[in-house]
Design a protein around this ligand. Structure first.
Ligand code: NAD
Length: 490
């Protein structure tokens, strides 16, 4: 089952419609077995600058292209992407360490992002305002210029597409830097697709680099004066730093960051569906989703029954090399992530938590793990885990469940299970999260919705018209017809 083909050499950075051979490369590993999957281009400040200059040169042409031409281009990208689905899914299994089903899900989602981006081209680009002097007074959206997109490795298809499709549809030009853990899935695969779709040279550029050079390349992508907007999806510490740098340069940015999401199960919940949502939310892609369920809060009256069903369900998930489609739980992406999860698990067990399921770690493979007896002094309660380890914690009242949910610096998403819709909606309003899903998992996304977090989970919203708001500049333009008097003294 192992992919025994020799490592690929990726074609190069994609700058101004050309594949630019890199001076250096870095190893792009298959996290299942640590084998070399590809040699990826390792750029730095110079490559980022060249890409930004190419994007700036392409900006006037793209911004002034007919809106229908931009929409049609988005639809062509969706078509080419769909044709390339098998290549993308194979790379999800190998470069990304993802289950086959995760790859299929991502591959089918991404074309919808481009179709939703095509749709925003037909939306209103402004408003007509009343004017005291009878002017034609308008607020009109304009593309900003070059937008830098920095994306993560966990859902490199969806999160990269979401970052650039809407800004590009609105007439901005793009420089994309994917994660060093998925330079192909989150970057150079897109370059292949957009090249085949016929995107004009310079409108879309991709530069990649090793972790050692991410600081210099990242700085250039934020600080270069021609960059006008930044879309960042990744961890809170890096996002904070990028938002601070963007702020210092008075640049708009949208940062989608980490989470510590709860699934709240009330005593009247449908337990079958609630346990399925808990299992999917906690263990899909090994818990490496920003909106993963990281705390399951269960009403004390159904706690024992819920826990038994949850353990039974999650215990059936097969762990192993994702070259085999039956392995739903693959490896964590890298050794740093494994070390983080291991440290949280050891800390919890040392402080008195108990294993209800799992706990085993072999290399990068972590078994689906359910903990009981977790208390607020434990790292697994406080810090983002980003792995397949989840505490199940009892509560007595709605107020207590809300307080437990809000007891975190993060505020991305949440789920509430109950038969009482009024009660759930009342609770949803009191959760300090950017998103909340009643009778569903915290893990939810659609291309056109306002996706984003509160508190340390981010700033700004991606998706549909919310992305349009973020990545355009609204200008006030008026036309006077002699109605405004000036003071006679002038
Ligand atoms: P990360 O912050 O390490 O990396 C994200 C991106 O930032 C990568 O492309 C990386 O190369 C780049 N980067 C790292 N240091 C940089 C620097 N100094 N300057 C510029 N760029 C830099 O995060 P990750 O490990 O790739 O992703 C996991 C994190 O992302 C988790 O915390 C997760 O919750 C979060 N995430 C959030 C969302 C969301 O929508 N809110 C979605 C997915 C992942």
């Amino acid at each position: 089952m192992l992919d025994t083909r020799p490592a690929r050499t990726l074609k190069g950075h994609f700058i101004n419609g050309q594949w630019v051979r890199p001076a250096r490369s870095f190893p792009d590993l298959n996290p299942n077995d640590g084998s070399l999957w590809a040699e990826a281009p390792d750029g730095g400040r110079a490559e980022a600058r060249a890409a930004i200059e190419a994007a700036q040169a392409a900006f006037p042409g793209w911004a002034n292209a007919k809106y229908t031409d931009r929409a049609h281009m988005m639809l062509r990208i969706a078509e080419v992407w769909e044709r390339r689905t098998p290549d993308f899914v194979a790379a999800v299994q190998a470069e990304g360490g993802g289950w086959f089903g995760k790859g299929m899900f991502e591959a089918h989602y991404v074309p919808e992002v481009f179709r939703a981006a095509a749709a925003v081209c037909y939306d209103s680009i402004g408003e007509v305002l009343p004017s005291e002097y009878g002017k034609l007074s308008t607020g009109i959206r304009f593309p900003m210029g070059v937008v830098s997109v920095i994306s993560p490795w966990n859902f490199p298809g969806i999160l990269t597409a979401r970052g650039f499709a809407f800004p590009m549809a609105m007439g901005n030009t793009i420089v994309l830097k994917p994660s060093e853990d998925t330079p192909y899935l989150g970057g150079l695969f897109f370059a292949e697709v957009l090249e085949e779709a016929g995107v004009p040279a310079g409108v879309f550029n991709v530069v990649t680099c090793a972790r050692e050079h991410v600081g210099e390349m990242g700085d250039e992508l934020v600080e270069h004066p021609l960059v006008k907007g930044i879309s960042f999806t990744g961890s809170t510490p890096v996002g904070r730093m990028i938002a601070a740098k963007a702020g210092a340069h008075l640049k708009k940015c949208c940062v989608e960051l980490g989470g510590k999401d709860s699934l709240i199960v009330l005593e009247d919940a449908d337990l079958e569906r609630a346990t399925q949502a808990a299992s999917f939310g906690s263990f899909m892609h090994q818990g490496q989703i920003c909106m993963s369920v990281e705390k399951v809060l269960v009403h004390e009256r159904i706690y024992t029954d819920f826990l038994r069903r949850f353990v039974e369900r999650a215990g059936k998930l097969k762990v192993g090399d994702t070259a085999d489609k039956a392995h739903v739980i693959g490896p964590l992406i890298n050794d740093r992530q494994v070390a983080r999860v291991k440290a949280q698990l050891e800390d919890a067990l040392a402080r008195g938590a108990k294993l209800a399921l799992g706990g085993g770690i072999r290399g990068r493979f972590v078994e689906p793990t359910i903990l009981t007896g977790v208390t607020p002094d434990m790292a697994v309660w406080r810090d983002e885990t980003f792995g397949p380890v989840v505490p199940v914690v009892p509560f007595r009242t709605d107020d207590e469940a809300i307080a437990l949910n809000n007891d975190t610096e993060y505020g991305l998403s949440a789920g509430i299970f109950t038969a009482d819709e009024q009660r759930a909606l009342a609770m949803a309003r009191r959760l300090e999260t950017g998103m909340c899903h009643v009778n569903c998992s915290s893990v939810n996304d659609e291309p056109h919705v306002p996706f984003g977090g509160s508190k340390a989970s981010g700033l700004g919203r991606h998706g549909g018209r919310w992305s349009v708001e973020t990545f355009t500049e609204t200008r006030w333009i008026t036309l006077d017809r002699g109605g405004r008097p000036f003071p006679p003294v002038f």
